[in-house]
Write a protein that binds this ligand. Sequence first.
Ligand SMILES: *[C@@H]1O[C@H](CO)[C@@H](O)[C@H](O)[C@H]1NC(C)=O
Ligand SMILES: *[C@@H]1O[C@H](CO)[C@@H](O)[C@H](O)[C@H]1NC(C)=O
Ligand SMILES: *[C@@H]1O[C@H](CO)[C@@H](O)[C@H](O)[C@H]1NC(C)=O
Ligand SMILES: *[C@@H]1O[C@H](CO)[C@@H](O)[C@H](O)[C@H]1NC(C)=O
Length: 337
Amino acid sequence: MGFGPLSWANTLLSTTCFAAFALSEHHIERVIAPRQGTSGGTLDLYIINECQDTIWPGLVTQGGSTGPNATGFKLDPGNNKTVHVGADWQGRIWGRTNCTFPNGPGSNGACKTGECGALDCRQAGNPPATLAEFTMDGGQDQSFYDISLVDGYNLPLAIVLLPNGVQALQKLDPSGTNPSCVGSIGDFAGSDFNPYTNNQQFLGTNSSSPIDFDNKVTADTVSKWCPWDCQVDTPTSQGDGVYPYPDGNVARPAFNPCNSACQRYHSDQYCCTGANEARGSCQPNYYSKAAKSICPDAYSFPQDDQSSTFIVPKGAEYQVIFCPGGRSTNIIASNKK
Ligand SMILES: *[C@@H]1O[C@H](CO)[C@@H](O)[C@H](O)[C@H]1NC(C)=O
Ligand SMILES: *[C@@H]1O[C@H](CO)[C@@H](O)[C@H](O)[C@H]1NC(C)=O
Ligand SMILES: *[C@@H]1O[C@H](CO)[C@@H](O)[C@H](O)[C@H]1NC(C)=O
Ligand SMILES: *[C@@H]1O[C@H](CO)[C@@H](O)[C@H](O)[C@H]1NC(C)=O
């Protein structure tokens, strides 16, 4: 089943490798039901910081009639903020790190990752940044969302669907709708991770319908997945200024943001542009393969939509959780089994 391509092209997104994509087969049943329970044509997004450090979330609009009522703000550890967007909003959310606004919130900030112009973002964030992407009304009464590492990786991120009173959404099993990408050592849990002991909930799920988590990644691989040359801060090593490759025993920083191969080399082959723009003409590259191994439910390169887009009946609200802890989910591949 194919849909017409969604146009993600937007002048704001000059720095991205995003290409138009068409959505096809997916794991979430396409139940179309009349929309209920939403009010005033807006949807709330709950942005939650579970990181150890302050982050500065940013939102940018790619389409839709009504943008968010805040496009960027500071969010201290343990805090959350609600932002509403139009029910037809298309856009993305990411976290900025290590920001200062030396000349006030209205002037250019200095952030290590995700910088977008000022405290209120004026444009999409600079890569690398882990993205939560939403198309609230993608036609045929459906919404699309995904976690994307196409623009690189900076922070762990999860998306939790809130049914918002929509019957067709209340019927969905939450273990199939809430992807998480944990690609940093800081809040990574071992392969025996079980968030459901003592009747606890995790990412909107409980032990009666547990999420499938990736079980392959180890603490060692999560600290080293970023290809050596894609690291924002390439650690320097001993030995005549020559970097060993692969990087072997050189310690990496705990906060290790990772550029995509596209961002690093700007080639058509890595960016799926020019000669590699047509669907099927772009292959996964060494960065996207590494990203997919750490975050199986995330977009890893522009033509990766089959294994990374969540398609649900429209009308949901969402939590966007930075540093959710635990492990990456492996929802899409498990449901295909
Ligand atoms: C958001 O923060 C408020 C306090 O400001 C708290 O009561 C609420 O539980 C928090 N929500 C989430 C989902 O963390
Ligand atoms: C944005 O709207 C939400 C409700 O949808 C509200 O809770 C929040 O305070 C608003 N934020 C700003 C900055 O106006
Ligand atoms: C930069 O931000 C990251 C992520 O929030 C944090 O782990 C790190 O400690 C920060 N680095 C500095 C030098 O503040
Ligand atoms: C567990 O989650 C299901 C939805 O998947 C829900 O129906 C049920 O009430 C939850 N149980 C508890 C104890 O929260």
